[in-house]
Every structure is written in C-alpha cells, then in structure tokens.
Design a protein. Structure first.
Length: 153
C-alpha cells in the first residue's frame, strides 16, 4: 500500500489521521517529561523541535516507511500521537503516547488494535514489534492484552 496524507482510521471513540502542522502546539503542550518518562526522548518545550518532528513525519509518510498520526476524539480534541514505524516486509513497529488526561481509560488498546487491523488489511509483513519499557507497567498491559510476547529485553 502507498501511504498518503488522506488516510483515516476510525475506532468507536477516535479518529487517527496523519500529523499536520496545525497540531504542533498541542503536541508541544502535552508531550511532557512526565509523558516521556519511559521513552528515549527528552522534550524541552521547543516548538521548533515539534515542527521538525512533523516535517520528518510527513517525509517518512511520502517515503512509505512510517505513518505518524494524531489521535482525536469525537469532539475534535487532541489526545496524543501514534504511529506505524519502520515498515518493511519483515516487520513493522507500533508506537503510542497519550496526554495524561487520556490515559487509563482503554484508549491505548483501542488505538493499537486499530493500527493492527489497518496493517493486516493493507500490508504484508512477518511480525509486529511494540517496544515498551519493562518498567512502564501501564503501557505493558496493552501488548499483553493483545497477545504479544516478549521478544527481547
């Protein structure tokens, strides 16, 4: 499948769509050190860093290697970002972060299930990776619920 900016993935409660510049301020506001505690990122609140992230995401979309999306609720509120990364015939990698107020209500599982369904309907690959820090108990619950098994620690 050829990725494009018009892709939309809908769930019961959410809309996932490719990241665009008009979400820069939302991302910059909610992508905090608390949210990234278990991630290999250290946000510094620099809007230019987020602009570069969006530009890089759009470039990788056109290169057909990554699909970085924003998560929007039914009232058009920004909730976070998710993505399908490093798309190859061998594997794909899933990623997700949600703002604090959107955590703990099952949205993460809903998003990952929707991404998996999208992948299964549109791509050929051997396996899916979902990297999670072993100390991030809440995030580990998502792949555990969905039957993922530990590949590497």
């Amino acid at each position: 499948m050829k990725l494009n900016k018009d892709i939309r993935i809908k769930t019961d409660r959410l809309l996932l769509q490719p990241v665009e510049e008009w979400y820069v301020d939302d991302i910059n506001t909610y992508f905090t050190s608390e949210i990234t505690r278990y991630m290999p990122f250290n946000p510094e609140g620099d809007r230019n860093d987020i602009l570069k992230f969006v530009e890089d995401s759009k470039r990788s979309l056109s290169d057909n290697t990554d699909l970085v999306m924003v998560v929007i609720d039914s009232k058009k509120n920004f909730l976070g970002c998710c993505g399908i990364h490093n798309i190859t015939e061998e594997s794909v990698e899933l990623g997700l972060w949600l703002k604090k107020s959107a955590q703990g209500i099952g949205l993460g599982t809903e998003i990952i299930k929707a991404l998996i369904e999208f992948l299964e309907n549109n791509f050929t690959f051997k396996y899916i990776l979902y990297p999670v820090d072993q100390n991030n108990t809440a995030s580990r619950k998502i792949p555990e619920k969905l039957g993922f098994r530990i590949y590497k620690i």
